[in-house]
Design a protein around this ligand. Structure first.
Ligand code: OKP
Ligand code: ZN
Length: 337
C-alpha cells in the first residue's frame, strides 16, 4: 500500500495546550508521525496540488489568516505560540477586525490549536498527502492508499481551526475525489472524537455522505457537535450519520456500530471512501476513554476493506505515541488482508 508523508509536516510543534483548565505539554507532537513513519518504513513524498483544492473547502479569508497569523502575532510584540483568548459567540456580528487577537478568536472554536512560525507549512503538506493519495487511486489500479496526515484535520471547518486541526485533510480529499468524478464519495470518521469540521463542511452538501463513530459529545470534546439527531440539512438531509458511544466501549459494540455505518455508506451508493482514522480509541490513549486493543484495528480494517470501495485512509488522532505506529500498521494490515 502506498503511503504519503512529507517531513515538512513535522515543523509544527507548539509548546503547550489547555487541558481540562490547566496547561499541559502539547499532545499532538511531531513524534507521533515519526513513530508511524518509522514503523511503516516506506513512504513517498506527496505531489503539490496547490491552493485550489484547499479553497474548494476553506474560505479565502481563513486561508489568508492561517498563512499570516504568526507574523501578525510577532508584529504585535508577542512571544511563543499564538493562541486565541476571546471568541465571537453565536449571534455576534461578522466583524472584520484587524487585531490579531480578535482574528485568532474569530477563526477558531477552542484554544487547542496554537500557531507557530511553521504551522501553515505543516498544515499545507499534510493536506497535500491526502490529495496525493486520492490522485494515486485515480491513476493506478490500487484500491487503497494511506495519507500519513499530521497535523490532523477533522475538527477544522470551512473558516475555523480547533482541536489540533487547521486544514481539513479528509474534507479536501473527499471534495477533490468528488470533483474528479470518483464518487459518490463518503467520509467515515473513526477517530475517538467527533469530526465536527467535516460534518459542518458537508452538512448541506448532498454530494458527500458523512458518518462518524465517536465518544458521546454529552461527555467528551467537542461537545457541541456529534449528537445522534444531527442528520444533515436541506437537500443533504439524511446524508449525515452520527453514532455516539459511551465511555469504555470495547470491540464487540464498536464493530457492530462500524458494520451499521458501513451498511449506510453502501446503501447511500458510495463508490469512493475517505476514512478519517484515529487510533485514540485505543485503551492506552492518554486523552480518550474507549478500550480498543492493537489487534482490534486489524478487525476494523478488514471490515472496511470487505466493502470493496476505493479507499483513502487519512490519519487523524492517536496520542499513545510509543504504540501509535503499531496500531496504525495493525489497521493497514487488516485493510490489506
Ligand atoms: C484531536 B483529534 C480535553 C481537551 C481536548 C483537544 C482534543 C483534540 C483531539 N480535555 N483537547 O480528534 O484526535
Ligand atoms: Zn481524536
Amino acid at each position: 500500500m502506498k503511503v504519503f508523508f512529507d517531513e515538512r509536516q513535522l515543523l509544527h510543534a507548539p509548546d503547550r495546550e489547555m487541558h481540562n483548565g490547566s496547561w499541559t505539554s502539547y499532545q499532538e507532537t511531531p513524534s507521533r508521525a515519526v513513530n508511524i513513519a518509522d514503523r511503516l518504513k516506506d513512504y513517498e513524498r506527496p505531489g503539490d496540488f496547490g491552493l485550489d483544492p484547499i479553497l474548494q473547502v476553506h474560505t479565502e479569508k481563513y486561508v489568508d489568516f492561517l498563512r499570516d497569523a504568526y507574523a501578525q502575532w510577532t508584529e504585535a510584540g508577542r512571544e511563543g505560540d499564538a493562541i486565541a483568548y476571546a471568541f465571537p459567540i453565536v449571534g455576534r456580528r461578522g466583524l472584520n477586525l484587524k487585531r490579531i487577537d480578535a482574528k485568532l478568536g474569530a477563526f477558531s472554536f477552542d484554544t487547542a490549536t496554537p500557531l507557530t512560525e511553521n504551522s501553515w507549512t505543516s498544515a499545507y503538506w499534510s493536506v497535500q498527502t491526502a490529495l496525493s493519495a486520492v490522485h494515486h487511486l485515480e491513476h493506478s489500479s490500487d484500491t487503497v492508499a494511506f495519507a500519513l496526515c499530521r497535523p490532523p484535520g477533522h475538527h477544522a471547518g470551512a473558516d475555523y481551526m480547533g482541536g489540533y486541526c487547521m486544514l481539513n485533510n479528509a474534507a479536501v480529499a473527499a471534495r477533490y475525489a468528488h470533483m474528479q468524478g470518483l464518487g459518490p464519495v463518503a467520509v467515515l470518521d473513526i477517530d475517538y472524537h467527533h469530526g465536527n469540521g467535516t460534518q459542518d463542511i458537508f452538512y448541506a452538501d448532498p454530494n458527500i455522505y458523512f458518518a462518524s463513530i465517536h465518544a458521546d459529545p454529552a461527555n467528551d470534546y467537542p461537545f457541541y457537535w456529534g449528537h445522534a439527531d444531527e442528520a444533515g440539512k436541506g437537500p443533504a438531509s439524511g446524508s449525515n450519520l452520527n453514532i455516539p458511544l459511551p465511555r469504555d466501549t470495547e470491540l464487540p459494540v464498536y464493530r457492530a456500530k462500524l458494520e451499521l455505518a458501513l451498511d449506510h455508506i453502501v446503501e447511500w451508493g458510495s463508490r469512493f471512501l475517505v476514512v478519517s482514522f484515529g487510533a485514540d480509541t485505543h485503551i492506552d490513549d492518554p486523552i480518550s476513554h474507549f478500550r480498543l486493543r492493537t489487534e482490534d484495528y486489524f478487525t476494523l480494517g478488514k471490515m472496511i476493506a470487505s466493502r470493496r470501495l476505493q479507499t483513502v485512509i487519512v490519519m487523524e488522532g492517536g496520542y499513545a505515541t510509543s504504540i501509535l505506529g503499531e496500531n496504525v500498521s495493525s489497521f493497514l494490515e487488516g485493510v490489506m488482508s
